[in-house]
Design a protein around this ligand. Structure first.
Ligand code: E4P
Length: 217
């Protein structure tokens, strides 16, 4: 399963990239606003930190406008995935861009039927938002299972990118279902490393090692 980080904070991205476990980055207009930096500049910097896909989202709502913005975004670096919304114009844009060899991440997906449309449009990634679904009382992870089944039925190559991840259980469930990618805020990725028994066990081992009076090397 690939791990993407959902942020435009370059310090966080650099820090997580050093683990060697980061496969890509997703951004959206809200995350760009939060970062408080120029969109094109920050995306270019991110694309230089992480060799994997870096999603950069268009803001036009019509096909022609999306294509104009996509042209600018895809010229930033070879690892840019143009992010388009799951609308008719977004999927038209997806089809045109992927036919031309550009990676496309179709975002704001909330049903398996929408994911089916994105796959038919040749999307590189489909981003179902599990957390936002949970927020309104639905089981977001159910949609991931449905999409997995549909994509496997028809051998679609579109990667399921589980988005709007809020906690480690989302990551666990997504991995059990066989999602291809998950994108999570930096804090959630860091939580995955931690367990109190790991910390306690390490303390005990080190205390006992001190008592041996030995060193390695
Ligand atoms: C995905 O690409 C989105 O940027 C993101 O996961 C949205 O998450 P949120 O619902 O926490 O804003």
């Amino acid at each position: 399963m690939k791990f993407f980080v959902d942020t435009a904070d370059t310090a966080e991205i650099r820090d997580l990239a050093e683990t060697g476990l980061l496969d890509g980055v997703t951004t959206n207009p809200s995350l760009i606003h939060k970062a408080g930096r120029n969109f094109l500049e920050v995306v270019e910097e991110i694309a230089g930190i992480v060799p994997g896909p870096v999603s950069a989202e268009v803001v036009a709502l019509d096909h022609a406008g999306m294509m104009r913005e996509a042209e600018i975004l895809r010229r930033i670096a070879d690892n840019i995935a143009v992010k388009v919304p799951l609308t008719i114009d977004g999927l038209k844009t997806c089809k045109a861009l992927t036919a031309d060899g550009t990676m496309v991440n179709v975002t704001l997906c909330f049903t398996a039927n929408q994911a089916l449309l994105a796959a038919k449009a040749g999307a590189t990634f489909i981003s179902p938002f599990v957390g936002r679904h949970d927020d309104i009382g639905f089981d977001g992870m159910q949609i991931i299972s449905e999409i997995r089944q549909i994509y496997d039925n028809y051998d679609f190559r579109t990667e399921i990118l589980v988005a709007s991840v809020r906690h480690p259980i989302h990551v666990l469930e997504a991995a059990k279902i066989g999602a291809d990618v998950m994108t999570a805020p930096p804090a959630v990725i860091r939580q995955l490393f931690n367990h109190p028994l790991t910390e306690r066990g390490l303390e005990t081992f080190l205390a006992d090692w001190q008592k041996t009076g030995q060193t390695i090397g």
